[in-house]
Design a binder for this molecule. Structure first.
Ligand code: CS2
Length: 501
């Protein structure tokens, strides 16, 4: 077989290019050069540029890994998005990145880019725990070693380790030099992600030496932090996707990104220094992102977590495989319709029946190997965004949300398996910063185990204090360990509503 040319500016088949604008000036600095950003924001930005030209090239910043940045540089910043469904495969090249940096090794350059007057928007996909906040309190985690180190050495070490530190350094330079306005937009799955980011930046800035804090404060007031709801299922890259690029485009791409056909982006239209025509690139620009965000975080992400943990415990490697099991599909339907949906104000333009049907179709996309270990990882930060709000709504109304309790139980069985219980390879492969914190409790009987685990503040203090909920979680832990997924889901489905009292 002939060796295929490497994907580059010269070898990209013109028909695969998402836009035909010439060299783009950099107007956006993006922190978090992972797959999600490259299959979501980059694709919408390319579509926006196809509709309307503008200075909106993206400088991508990876946190620590050099692999993607190096591969992209070798490929003239090009990569392919492989859109997969059982019906079709579509391969396109967004071509919106103008450069790639690695924050861990090039933080000085990152700060310079954040400070450049030509940078008008800074976007973030740094995952839930990249915000270094304490999910229990929602506040900046001053005890986080990197936050503490950044603030302690602020004057002497100009190279921050945290995302917030980098941003604040960049803003400080802007304030001191030109004062040009800028927007910082979170694209992570966090409730009110813009508002949260703005508050965390302010809390970080409040920890600076007083003179620097006072100098920065007025500028900080001019920075926009819009909320944004992002939605696209994007698995990790494997060789299967590299082969798909070779087959479709006749080039070698070391870093293609797989994605489902569906993509949704709802953005609060509040920008300090302009934006790409994202409204012409498939995004919805609105005043109030809140209802879309809750709909997505609860119906999609919340249900996704339950599917991932039950699937992993049942030995499934992928989400589409998990959802083929009747009891998992049934539990997903019940948590979604019975426990998440009643807590969500459905936006007027969303046809909820169609939205729900589409969710099941998306989870069933067998052309996409979205792994249970990927969705199940970092559950301690993810579940805090998904479960406590709706669970407390039900408990306050006197109902025990059995399937939310089952979600928490299945999570605990995966990442803090009770002694002697083997949760299987997918669960064992899940990464989570809370693993070490939960490990000391795994020898306890179910009830004490759950009390101690939730007592760490994992899902906030209100839920931990609710015996009706923690008791139900303990019953499900016991059932999952002794009798397996089918027995636990049967119990959740038939569970007499337990008075929350
Ligand atoms: C998933 C999300 O990993 C997870 O927790 O629920 O990554 C999900 O695939 C995306 O939010 C879809 O937009």
């Amino acid at each position: 077989m002939p060796v295929l040319p490497l994907l580059s500016a010269g070898s990209t088949p013109p028909a695969a290019l998402s836009h035909t604008r010439g060299t783009l000036p950099t107007g956006i600095v993006h922190l978090g050069l992972g797959n999600f950003h490259r299959a979501h924001q980059a694709v919408h930005t390319a579509a926006a540029l196809a509709a309307e030209d503008g200075p909106w090239g993206i400088l991508g910043v990876a946190r620590g890994s050099t692999a993607i940045a190096e591969a992209l540089r070798e490929q003239d910043m090009r990569y392919a998005v492989v859109e997969l469904s059982p019906a079709a495969t579509k391969v396109s090249v967004p071509a919106v990145h103008t450069g790639a940096l690695v924050a861990a090794h090039q933080s000085g350059e990152v700060v310079r880019a954040l400070a450049a007057p030509s940078t008008r928007i800074v976007t973030l996909t740094v995952t839930e725990h990249g915000y270094t906040f304490d999910p229990r309190s929602g506040r900046l985690d001053l005890a986080h070693p990197d936050v503490a180190a950044d603030l302690r050495d602020w004057r002497h070490r100009p190279r921050p380790r945290t995302t917030l530190g980098l941003i604040v350094r960049g803003l400080q330079h802007r304030a001191r030099t030109h004062g040009a306005p800028v927007t910082i937009m979170s694209c992570d799955n966090l409730v009110h992600n813009g508002r949260l980011t703005g508050r965390l930046v302010a809390e970080f800035a409040a920890g600076l030496p007083p003179a620097e804090r006072d100098e920065l404060e007025p500028y900080l007031g001019t920075v926009a932090f819009p909320d944004a709801m992002v939605d696209r299922i994007v698995p990790a890259t494997t060789d299967a996707y590299r082969h798909a690029v070779a087959a479709h485009l006749g080039v070698r791409d070391a870093v293609p990104v797989p994605a489902e056909p569906f993509s949704m982006w709802v953005i609060q239209d509040s920008f300090a220094a302009g934006r790409p025509a994202w409204d012409r690139g498939g995004a919805l620009l609105t005043d109030d992102v809140g209802p879309y965000e809750l709909l997505k975080l609860r119906l999609l992400n919340g249900t996704h977590s339950l599917i991932a943990y039950l699937g992993a415990l049942r030995g499934c490697d992928t989400i589409p495989e998990s959802i083929t099991h009747e009891e998992i599909r049934d539990a997903a339907t019940r948590v979604l319709r019975g426990e998440y949906l009643p807590t969500v104000p459905v936006p007027a333009d969303v046809d909820i029946e169609q939205y729900v049907a589409q969710l099941f179709e998306r989870w069933s996309n067998s052309a996409l190997a979205h792994r249970t270990r990927q969705v199940g990882s970092d559950g301690s930060v993810k579940l805090a965004q998904r479960v406590p709000g709706p669970a407390l709504t039900h408990l306050k109304a006197g109902r025990v949300p059995h399937h939310l309790a089952l979600t928490v139980a299945a999570y605990l069985c995966c990442v803090a398996p009770p002694d002697g219980f083997d949760p299987g390879p997918a669960a064992t492969a899940m990464t989570d910063p809370a693993r070490a914190r939960l490990a000391p409790f795994t020898a306890l009987p179910a009830r004490a185990f759950v009390t101690e685990a939730l007592g760490t503040g994992l899902l906030g203090t209100d839920l931990a204090a609710c015996d009706a909920f923690t008791g139900r979680v303990a019953e499900f832990v016991d059932l999952l360990v002794r009798h397996g997924v089918a027995a636990a889901t049967r119990e959740a489905a038939s569970g007499e509503p337990v008075p929350a009292g």
